[in-house]
Every structure is written in structure tokens, then in C-alpha cells.
Design a protein around this ligand. Structure first.
Ligand code: SPD
Length: 285
């Protein structure tokens, strides 16, 4: 049979390279008060959420990002009872956080209610824990929440989209200082920190700012096929615990959680950085 549907999604990286995926069906396209939202069915990666023109999740590879932003800090902190997720309206990070039985409450602060609604409708396997009684959802600007709240958290995860549009403020020093202030004295924060290949300026600036705020800052990375360059960085900032020395390997083994990317070896290996990242971000090899 001749394939007459010849629709492709292209995401350009710096306007000079990109990722192209053949589209099977356009499932939803709309405009929220904050951003354009597209949901496409692709041949290679299944259903895909695009916010503000950039891929946020696909059915096939979302597990990598969500497992890595969650389990690395949660298997480092000895007792993460109160967890805060900023952004992450698709629910993937909340799903992973709630695999940890010691978490009593996870608060999700998402600016765009429509993202949560559409993900519940079209990505039920990602949004599956958003109605869990341990999940509290606040539809609010994450930066404003951090500036105004007097709550304290054990772990804060910044599951932001890219630093253009509504998420731009989530990459700034002021916001990170507010996170430091709202973490308990042994708290840990992880933020997604973009591609170490295409977004070195952003990553370097974040790293330098975070080092002026937190006593311990470590970059780690994961392979996410649909993100620019497929190598994606996270930055872990800690007031007390060390992600390798304090890694709860026994608890990881005993808990037996189901993951598709994260494991004990990955937990340790992900902090090993290639020289090009060390040179560009840390100024050393
Ligand atoms: N360029 C892709 C950046 C996406 C980072 N956030 C993804 C959100 C998934 N919960």
C-alpha cells in the first residue's frame, strides 16, 4: 500500500542540526494561556508531547529522563519524606518518586493546568500517579511558589522545559537561591540542565551559579534519544549528602523497584563525565 501521509516533525538544534520523526497522526494541537501544546503519534517513538515547539516526552524513551531525575537523588537522601517537583506536569517524575515508599507527600507545582489535563487524557501510563493521595498538585508559577512558600522539603526536582518561554526563570540564580532556602538542612536538589553538547553556555552558567549557592554540586548525564544530541545533563546540588559515598545501594537492591534505565551501576557511572564536558563546564579534565 502506498503511504500517502507524508508528515514529519522536525526539531532544530541551534538552527543547524535536528531530529526528524515521521508522524502517523496529529492527536492534539492547541494553545494554553502559556504555550502551544502538540501531541503527535510518531512511528519511531510512539506518542509524543511537544511544548513550545520542543519535545518533552515520547512514550518510548520518557523512562530515561524520569528515572534519572528521580532515583539518583532519592537513593542518595537517607529519608526523603517531602518531595517537591517544579514543572513536570506530564507526571512522569511523580510516578518515579512514588516508587519510594518513604515519600509521604510529593507536591507538583505546574504552571500550565492544560499540560496536566492533556497528559492525563493522552499519556495515562506517564500521568498514572497524579491522582495518588500522596500527590498534591498546585497550578502556580514555580518561581513564584519558591519565592513565597514557607514550606520545607527534603528533595526538590526541577523538571523544567527548556529555558525559553514559561520555564526561562527556572534556570536563574535567584530561583536556585530560593530552592536552597526551602530545602531542609540535609536537602538535595536536582535540576535538568540541558544538553552538554548544544547548550554549554546554559550548563556552565547554571553550574557556576549553583556552586556559589550549594556546598556540593555534581553534573550527571543520561542517554535520551529524542533530546538534542541525545546526551542530557542533570545537576545535583546537596547540602550534606554525597551522591556516590552516600548512595543507598542496599536499599536499592531490597526495594526491587522496576526501572528500565536506572540501576546501581548507572547511579555511579552517570557522574563520570567525558573530557569535552569537563573542559567546557568544569575548566579541567
Ligand atoms: N529539550 C527537552 C527538555 C525537556 C526537559 N523536560 C522534560 C519534561 C519531562 N517531564
Amino acid at each position: 500500500m502506498v503511504d500517502l501521509w507524508n508528515v514529519w516533525y522536525s526539531e532544530l538544534h541551534q538552527g543547524r542540526a535536528g531530529l526528524t520523526l515521521k508522524v502517523k497522526q496529529v492527536i492534539y494541537s492547541g494553545q494554553s494561556p502559556f504555550q502551544r501544546i502538540d501531541i503527535l503519534e510518531t512511528y519511531e517513538f510512539g506518542r509524543m508531547l511537544v511544548l513550545y515547539g520542543s519535545i518533552m516526552i515520547t512514550e518510548k524513551d520518557e523512562f530515561v529522563y524520569h528515572e534519572m531525575i528521580s532515583h539518583v537523588p532519592l537513593f542518595t537522601h537517607p529519608n526523603p519524606r517531602r518531595v517537591l517537583v517544579i514543572g513536570g506536569g506530564d507526571g512522569g517524575t511523580v510516578r518515579e518518586v512514588l516508587k519510594h515508599p518513604e515519600v509521604e507527600q510529593v507536591t507538583l507545582v505546574e504552571i500550565d493546568q492544560m499540560v496536566v489535563e492533556k497528559c492525563k487524557e493522552y499519556f495515562p501510563q506517564v500521568a498514572c500517579e497524579l491522582d495518588n493521595p500522596k500527590t498534591r498538585i498546585l497550578f502556580q508559577d514555580g518561581a513564584q511558589f519558591m519565592a513565597e512558600t514557607d514550606e520545607k522539603f527534603d528533595v526538590i526536582l526541577v523538571d523544567a522545559s527548556d529555558p525559553i518561554g514559561p520555564a526561562e526563570v527556572l534556570f536563574q540564580k535567584n530561583f536556585h537561591q530560593n530552592i536552597y532556602n526551602r530545602l531542609n538542612e540535609d536537602g538535595i536538589m536536582v535540576t535538568q540542565s540541558e544538553s552538554p553538547w548544544y547548550h554549554q553556555r546554559t550548563l556552565r552558567r547554571m553550574y557556576e551559579n549553583l556552586r556559589s549557592i550549594f556546598p556540593l554540586v555534581r553534573i550527571y548525564w543520561a542517554y535520551v534519544p529524542t533530546y538534542p544530541s541525545s546526551i542530557w545533563s542533570f545537576t545535583l546540588c546537596s547540602k550534606k549528602y554525597h551522591p556516590i559515598k552516600d548512595f543507598k545501594a542496599d536499599q536499592y537492591r531490597e526495594l526491587g523497584i522496576s526501572t528500565n534505565y536506572y540501576n546501581a551501576g548507572i547511579h555511579q557511572a552517570c557522574f563520570v563525565l567525558p573530557n569535552f564536558i569537563k573542559k567546557a563546564i568544569l575548566n579541567r579534565v
